[in-house]
Design a protein around this ligand. Structure first.
Ligand SMILES: Cc1ncc(COP(=O)(O)O)c(C=O)c1O
Length: 385
């Protein structure tokens, strides 16, 4: 047999069944082959979680999806190319032209853009609600309302939503609920316990944890919802690389250790900042000074690694940023390396219910020693007072 012939022949016995790798194997493949005519003919029956074509994933994808389901306490999970893709897919799967959706005013910016620039064009009505106001949410429900979306806390201004109450309102009105749980992730918050239908994670953040992957997930409590999500993931071509799944699985192996250390440092640093004379306010719902403290204690287990603050005097904001050496400037969170990001009052101005007129500075606390991070912040803050 020629080399060419050999190399294109499907290798039936290459010993894969004996290579019992401790690490998760990465299964690549666009094309699935079938043993006979009947199994090919019936291949679609293998969905939502079986294998009929590569687009719906491989055993590597399923391994990650099963781990996320375990973390969330859910029946099912679909992984998507990013957290944003996961948010978009929940909307596409639950809404049709003529429907109405209620969304917190403080939601993730690109989600707001998708809603106002694309879904509105498809005749979907949107109400942006003040995130804390459940009475407003209930009063916004109309005949055509189909979904209430939550994000708690909001990843910039940190408002906490009363998840159980919103889910109860939704059930009473026969509506669906979804929540963007990216800030806390499943180790800090498990919204299925409070009756939510869909939980979305930006796996790119703390769950993967190393700032080298974009990935999202949607977990659902209902098999029918899951089948619909899988089918939509398939026909919208939202494929995730198995290499990225492998990296996320590896990230999950240290997720709880990282979460614990980063939460501890974050609490120490935010309490130190609260006392610094250059700081106007620190925004973290786990601080006793927050109006959301009571709800935070109900819904969250642990401090989390992300919070925001404002300066009393912003005139030398640029100098403050440029004096930091340990914090890298970047708009993300949940990685091993600490980050700082700046949000101008103008960038928050699309929010109808946000009253602040100050710039927000957001920190993501990584795995560095907390004292080194405090020293870095002290040096930069002392330069500008
Ligand atoms: C709250 C929240 N949801 C969703 C996303 C989107 O995640 P991704 O970056 O994976 O698209 C982000 C990203 O910053 C986020 O902060």
């Amino acid at each position: 047999m020629s080399f060419n012939q050999k190399v294109i022949t499907v290798q039936k016995n290459n010993g894969a069944d004996l290579f019992k790798s401790l690490a998760t194997p990465v299964y690549r493949g666009s094309t699935i082959v079938f043993d006979d005519f009947d199994s090919f003919e019936e291949r679609k029956k293998r969905q939502p979680d079986g294998f009929s074509y590569g687009i719906t994933g491989s055993p590597t994808h399923r391994q990650l999806e099963n781990l996320i389901s375990d973390l969330e306490g859910s029946q099912n999970t679909v992984v998507l190319p990013s957290g944003q893709a996961a948010l978009v897919l929940v909307l596409m799967s639950t809404l049709k032209g003529g429907d109405h959706v209620i969304v917190p005013d403080s939601c993730y910016g690109p989600l707001r853009e998708f809603l106002t620039q694309h879904l509105e064009k498809l005749s979907i009505d949107i109400t942006f609600c003040p995130p804390r106001n459940t009475t407003f949410i209930e009063q916004s429900i109309r005949e055509n309302t189909r979904l209430i979306l939550m994000e708690s806390p909001c990843s910039l201004t940190m408002e906490v939503q009363d998840i159980e109450k919103v889910a109860e309102i939704a059930r009473r009105h026969n509506l669906l609920t979804a929540i963007d749980n990216s800030w806390g992730g499943p180790l800090l918050s498990r919204p299925f316990r409070f009756g939510v239908d869909y939980v979305v994670e930006a796996v790119s953040k703390m769950m993967n944890g190393h700032s080298d992957v974009l990935l999202g997930s949607i977990s659902s409590a209902d098999d029918g919802h899951h089948a619909k999500l899988r089918s939509l993931q398939d026909i919208m071509g939202m494929y995730v690389s198995p290499d990225d799944c492998f990296l996320a699985i590896r990230g999950l192996e240290t997720y709880s250790l990282r979460q614990e250390k980063q939460s501890r440092s974050s609490e120490v640093i935010s309490r130190w900042l609260e006392k610094h004379p250059a700081i106007a306010s620190v925004y973290h719902p786990g601080l006793e000074s927050s109006e959301d403290y009571r709800l935070y204690k109900k819904y969250f287990k642990g401090f989390g690694s992300v919070f925001s603050f404002t300066l009393k005097d912003e005139k030398r904001l640029g100098e403050f940023f440029d004096s930091l050496t340990r914090f890298r400037i970047g708009a993300s969170y949940g990685g091993t390396k600490s980050l700082i990001a700046y949000y101008s009052p103008e960038s928050l101005s699309s929010r109808i219910y946000h009253e602040g007129t100050c710039s927000l500075i957001r920190l993501s606390i990584g795995l560095e020693e907390s004292q080194l991070l405090i020293d870095d912040l002290a040096y930069a803050l002392n330069k500008i007072i």
